[in-house]
Write a protein that binds this ligand. Structure first.
Ligand SMILES: C[S@@+](CC[C@H](N)C(=O)[O-])C[C@H]1O[C@@H](n2cnc3c(N)ncnc32)[C@H](O)[C@@H]1O
Length: 334
């Protein structure tokens, strides 16, 4: 779906004056309840599944290729209804979900898609009150999921080295939550330089990396994480995957890294015609998690021998401790 220039919605009246200490956690979920109000975004979906995001304004009219719809016909109604345009086109009206918002919001950089954000929240065990470090912020898509999971009493410290992307993220996150989320701290800077002075050593519960060269951040993240903390890395390519896994292994202060990916396939279900859908969300990226050991502790080394040639003379990356030296005859051709 094409992205649109969504300008920030002013804070909802029930959140503007609140602080983290006195708001109910659901206030910072980015969810509005009750009748649709002017200033809110709604999503109109036509009978072919085409979607339009509009910001409601009193007296305004929305034009489609199937006639027009007056915003005033939507304002004041509870979401979840069908509106008919001036020429009889039918549109379903709902407030956008987080998973819908992140794929249609303005982008500075590629976003983490909802299928991966869900995996990150679950498998990196992001919990209410958690202290999370995130880099890079990009467009702020993952940030929204992290903030939702930690709630107003947690902390998401986000680092982004490009000022212009940080600005896009700030607008997106503020728009989604309807104001400045009390748990969010956005720092413009490179994680490797900014993290050591930013978040206290050994106090971070979870570190999430989505960037080109996450292996460069392994040392600072290891210093920032609390024992038992989790590092979770999202990478797009197999070469990045190999390098970050080997760097985590070679560091020695993490458990064996766990790499995986998810593929999502929808299904067609109609009477006796039940079959996989024609489209699927295939490769988006790979995820890796590892847990931080206590200071001075090492995880047991893997008992299984590496595959022949895995660390042979052609392998140029970081070498985990305890490997026999590379020998010329070890190769994938053996
Ligand atoms: C793919 S984008 C992140 C997308 C983001 N997770 C989202 O869901 O919208 C990668 C970002 O990492 C930033 N970046 C790369 N290396 C970085 C570093 N060492 N410290 C901070 N930001 C970094 C880039 O500028 C870029 O904006």
């Amino acid at each position: 779906m094409p992205s649109q220039d969504l300008t920030p919605v002013p804070p909802a009246p029930d959140t503007a004056a609140d602080t983290a200490a006195d708001v109910a956690p659901e206030t910072w979920a980015g969810v509005h309840r009750g009748p649709l109000r002017a200033g809110e975004w709604v999503r109109l979906t036509d009978t072919k599944g085409r979607r339009h995001n509009i910001c409601l304004e009193q007296g305004k009219r929305f034009f489609t290729n199937r006639g027009s719809i007056d915003h005033d016909d939507l304002i004041g109604r509870p979401e979840g209804f069908t509106v008919t345009s001036s020429v009889g086109g039918e549109y379903l009206v709902f407030r956008p979900l987080l998973s819908e918002f992140v794929v249609s919001m303005p982008r500075g950089a590629a976003v983490v898609y909802p299928k991966d954000a869900a995996q990150i929240v679950a498998m990196a065990d992001i919990f209410p009150g958690a202290r999370v470090v995130e880099a890079g912020v990009g467009s702020g898509a993952l940030t929204c999921s992290l903030l939702r999971a930690v709630g107003p009493h947690g902390r998401v410290s986000s680092y982004e080295r490009r000022e212009e992307f940080a600005e896009v993220a700030r607008r997106n996150v503020t728009q989604f939550f309807g104001g400045e989320h009390p748990a969010w701290q956005l720092t413009v800077g490179d994680l490797v330089e900014a993290l050591p002075g930013g978040d206290g050593t050994g106090t971070v519960d979870r570190a999430i990396l989505d960037m080109l060269a996450p292996w460069e951040c392994v040392d600072v993240v290891a210093d920032a994480l609390t024992p038992g903390g989790i590092v979770c890395v999202y990478v797009a390519t197999t070469t990045q995957l190999g390098r970050v896994v080997e760097t985590l292994r070679a560091h020695g202060g993490f458990t064996e890294p766990q790499p995986w990916e998810t593929l999502v396939r929808d299904w067609h279900v109609e009477g006796l015609a039940i079959r996989p859908g024609h489209k699927m969300i295939g490769h988006t990226g790979f995820l890796v998690t590892a847990r931080r050991m206590a200071p001075g502790e090492k995880a047991p080394t893997k008992k299984r021998r590496p595959a022949p040639g895995a660390y042979g003379v052609d392998y140029q990356g970081p070498r985990p401790a305890g490997l026999p030296p590379a020998v010329a005859e070890e190769s994938y051709d053996d």
